[in-house]
Design a protein around this ligand. Structure first.
Ligand code: SF4
Length: 279
């Protein structure tokens, strides 16, 4: 048993890509500790879906959020305590269906959080309905004749929304995914990691991804080039597709104020509240 393991029984299907994400994340936490970020400073949240069970399998502080709201929860955590490193897990349905507005606004305001998407192109927990990143023609209980919609492209959407760190990983390339997560957590600003996650039960994409993925050999700070990489379909680039330095939301909001380090004494706080409420 490692020090991040919990007593929760793992109920993911054998072979699910989520196992790789869990392993990569645990390895990333170890590396972050070696680089001076204590695990007590890493706080997590998750939405609803198969991905959300990762919350139960990690012995870290956090708050289990609701469907599509882990990005909003993560932003609240960061505002409440800017000293924390906040990681939100979400599924593709969770993030780009129920939680789309939260995703776009977290990227737009460069909230200093990391969002890791378990992108399996299907609603797995509810047994295989098509999701925002399902391919056209995807067959499931809600699309028995095949989905007639084009899939969303999470990478180009996040680039367009203003994300300052956009990356893609694949659990089969475990060490590579680990490094991406380490850099995403260390990045100051909104870091987005889309993980190609095969769902062996309802959307088994291992063969397809094994044939299409290619590891990038550099990090781009050029927006147009990053967008071109994000939109490529003949190959699926893995790595940090874009990284830029931009003003970070909580710094813009607070300046040098830190609500934890410079906490007002209770009496002063109550006095201010009374003053605000007095007619
Ligand atoms: Fe993984 Fe799919 Fe099983 Fe969910 S249904 S645990 S995503 S393989």
């Amino acid at each position: 048993m490692d020090d991040l393991e919990t007593y929760a029984e793992n109920t993911w299907c054998p072979g699910c890509g989520n196992f790789g994400i869990l392993s990569a994340f645990k390895k990333a936490v170890k590396k972050l500790e070696e680089r001076g970020i204590e695990k007590e400073k890493i706080i997590i949240t998750a939405g609803i879906g198969c991905h959300g069970k990762i919350f139960d399998y990690l012995k870290l502080s956090g708050l289990y959020s609701i469907h599509g709201r882990s990005m909003a929860t993560a932003q609240g955590m960061k505002i409440a305590n800017p000293d924390l490193k906040v990681v939100a897990f979400a599924g593709d349905g969770d993030a780009f269906g129920e939680g789309m507005a939260h995703m776009i606004f977290a990227a737009k305001r460069n909230a200093d959080i990391t969002v890791i998407i378990h992108d399996n192109g299907v609603y797995g927990l509810t047994t295989g309905q098509y999701a925002p990143t399902s391919q056209k023609g995807f067959k499931g209980p809600s699309t028995p004749k095949g989905s007639i919609e084009e899939p969303l492209n999470p990478l180009s959407l996040m680039l367009e929304s203003g994300a300052s760190f956009v990356a893609r990983g694949y659990p089969v390339k475990l060490d590579h995914l680990t490094d991406i997560i380490v850099q995403a957590v260390e990045h100051e600003g909104f870091s987005f990691v889309d993980v190609l996650q095969p769902c062996v039960s309802f959307n088994n994409t291992y063969q397809k991804y094994n044939a299409l993925v290619e590891v990038l050999d550099h990090i781009s700070d050029n927006y147009e080039k990053a967008m071109a990489i994000a939109k490529k379909e003949d190959k699926l680039a893995l790595g940090i597709i874009y990284q830029a330095k931009k003003p970070v939301y909580h710094n813009e909001l607070y300046g040098d104020f830190n609500p934890i380090a410079k906490r007002m004494p209770r009496e002063e706080r109550m006095g201010k509240i009374k003053h605000l409420l007095s007619p």
